[in-house]
Design a protein around this ligand. Structure first.
Ligand SMILES: [Zn+2]
Length: 194
């Protein structure tokens, strides 16, 4: 029995190693352009070397990132999400980066944007529905398994009047829209194009 477990473990490790290998190969080849390489090559390498530039992603017909859809709403592993700056909040990577950028830009305008909630696992969605009631019944929670928070595609922000007005004016530039009436703290990430 234990040898069988060891066998399975070694096969899992082998699979993980292969996976890593594929990811590495997917990276653009570096240093293809030597000292004589032209500027376009140099630029391409520089762009590809940027932390997120070579991450490609797509959305399905419901606007859900295809790489997350397979996991299911509220069942996204931590490894598939990204922290927003140095906060404990996590979102789908492009949303996390855009939110972080937005918070930084707001700060330059003297506006403080706080985060109260971000990715919400399924169990937390159930708990929230129990405590706050379903939105469809006058409450404030989405039906568990359908929340935009469950995809890491929405954040709840802590906004004073100045920050709310800044968000209404600028949020969309960063892909964030206030899409739930009665919830001016809820901002969903709806990039125009990805
Ligand atoms: Zn929300």
């Amino acid at each position: 029995m234990s040898s069988r477990i060891a066998d399975i473990q070694s096969r899992m490790i082998a699979l993980q190693t292969q996976q890593t290998g594929r990811n590495v190969q997917a990276q653009p080849a570096k240093a293809a352009s030597g000292p004589g390489g032209d500027f376009a090559d140099y630029l391409k390498d520089a762009v590809n070397a940027a932390p997120t530039a070579n991450k490609s992603y797509s959305l399905n017909s419901k606007g859900i990132p295809t790489d997350l859809a397979a996991y299911g709403n509220g069942r996204i592993p931590a490894s598939a999400l990204e922290p927003v700056g140095n906060t404990r909040h996590k979102l789908w990577a492009p949303a996390a980066q855009s939110l972080n950028q937005m918070i930084g830009d707001a700060k330059k305008d003297g506006v403080h944007i706080g985060i109260t909630d971000s990715y919400r696992p399924y169990a937390e969605q159930v708990d929230l529905a129990r405590r706050k009631g379903l939105y469809s019944q006058g409450g404030l929670a989405a039906k568990p398994g359908t929340s935009e928070h469950g995809w890491g595609m929405a954040t709840d922000l802590d906004l004073n009047a100045k920050a709310l007005s800044w968000m209404k004016q600028n949020g969309e530039k960063y892909g964030f829209v206030m899409n739930v009436p009665r919830e001016n703290w809820h901002w969903a990430y709806k990039p125009k194009s990805v």
